[in-house]
Design a protein around this ligand. Structure first.
Ligand SMILES: *Cc1c(COP(=O)(O)O)cnc(C)c1O
Length: 407
């Protein structure tokens, strides 16, 4: 498939280019010191991560430790309640630790191991990435420093406990607003001090090159499995595939399996309380081009041009930018980006739980909410949704805010 001059039959081998660009987006806007460290990771990625030894070891781990392949499930009762379009979900909620994030954390930590590093370093906001990386570090016997804002540490006590139980060192960040942005800065500073012994493990398809490429490639397994499973189940490809987009890792991996197919692709961003700046985190829908955290993409900006505050009911989607590849896919028209607001996501959360026996992460419920809306417009056909994670982590929030719906 060719779209706006981009040939998607060879796309995954051609993008990003050697400097880490997807069209105008991506790159590595970092200090010289960090550039050297990133070059080391890039070289290791091409030399080690593409070797048979690495690929076979990662395959074995996915099967024996992560429980892959995760299944595809047909949502028969939910589909029937909506009309004739058939909805299916790829079950990343059944991946070990309950979400897709472990896919790239195991890849990054295995790379660290092959490179002879002793430690992995990362930041975390809601704590999901920290828990996945702490799991990987424990599995491989690596030290693990997770930088986290003091405010987030207080809000996310269960995830902080999980990281500590898994043996990770949670480093409290006490400057500025004491949330994710400060944690990113602190983790990058630590990495520039320690890069000889450590590697940085980013939590999504964001940050400087080579991370958007590496994380996409480690997540591609989701798209490859889902495509094969769907073909096997139904004898054809889905008419549309849908995933939620925060930084964009679950969507990037899932979409990668379908880029060259006659399949419509939709990314769904959180509209939160509405389209006013500060009330949502829909950077691809409402943002403009800008550089933050070491890469060029689209971002939501405040009056000063700095990253704007963002909000949605799903903390895993609350990031003022998105991966550079999504900005590029949007520009080429290969992927369409739409939104779902808090109310729609919560409604989808309860519908899936009550009709199908699957409690989704509120992040994933955004993708499902959009798919439900799309099914009303399509009338016939099939939609495959990436269910990026399970909703156990969201119970406290649901009880506190939507407890009345339980009676
Ligand atoms: C972190 C998270 C997301 C958002 O991250 P992406 O990089 O956009 O995939 C989505 N769903 C779940 C369950 C998450 O934990």
């Amino acid at each position: 498939m060719i779209k706006n001059g981009v040939d998607f039959s060879t796309y995954l081998k051609s993008y990003p280019d050697d400097a880490g660009y997807f069209g105008p987006y991506g790159g590595a806007y970092i200090s010289e010191e960090l550039q050297a460290a990133m070059q080391e990771i890039t070289d290791a990625y091409f030399n080690i991560a593409k070797s048979a030894k690495f690929v076979n070891e990662l395959r074995r781990i996915r099967r024996e430790f992560q429980g892959r392949p995760t299944p595809v499930s047909h949502l028969e009762r939910l589909s029937n309640s909506l009309g004739r379009v058939q909805l299916y979900v790829k079950r990343e909620d059944l991946n070990h630790t309950g979400a897709h994030k472990l896919n790239h954390c195991m890849g990054e930590a295995l790379l660290a191991k092959f490179m002879g590093k002793k430690k992995v370093i990362a930041e975390t906001g809601a704590g999901q990435h920290g828990v996945a990386l702490a799991t990987a570090a424990s599995y491989f016997g690596l030290e693990c420093d997770i930088y986290m804002g003091k405010v987030d540490i207080m809000k996310q006590a269960p995830n902080v406990a999980r990281m500590k139980i898994l043996g990770a060192n949670v480093v409290e960040v006490t400057h500025g607003l004491q949330t994710l942005k400060e944690a990113v800065d602190a983790a990058f500073q630590a990495y520039s001090r320690e890069y000889k012994d450590a590697i940085y493990c980013i939590g999504s398809v964001v940050g400087p090159h080579p991370f958007p490429m590496m994380v996409r490639d480690f997540q591609e397994v989701v798209g490859i499995e889902a495509r094969e499973q769907f073909l096997d189940m139904t004898g054809e490809l889905p008419d549309a595939v849908v995933a939620c987009v925060g930084g964009g890792s679950n969507a990037a991996g899932f979409f990668s399996g379908f880029l060259n197919d006659p399949v419509k692709i939709y990314g769904v961003e959180p509209l939160g309380r509405g389209p006013k700046l500060g009330d949502h985190a829909a950077s691809l829908n409402y943002g403009s081009e800008g550089i933050m955290h070491g890469f060029n993409s689209v971002m939501l900006k405040d009056d000063q041009g700095d990253p704007a505050p963002v909000y949605s009911v799903a903390s895993g989607l609350d990031y003022p930018s998105s991966g550079p590849e999504h900005a590029f896919w949007k520009k080429t028209g290969r992927v369409q980006y739409d939104v779902a607001d808090d109310e729609e996501a919560i409604d989808a959360f309860f519908k899936l739980s009550r009709l199908e026996g699957i409690i989704p992460a509120i992040e994933s419920a955004h993708a499902l909410a959009f798919a439900m809306r799309l099914s009303q417009k399509m009338r016939t056909g099939s939609i495959l949704v990436n269910l990026s994670g399970r909703g156990d982590k969201d119970m406290d929030y649901i009880l506190e805010n939507y407890g009345d719906r339980l009676d």
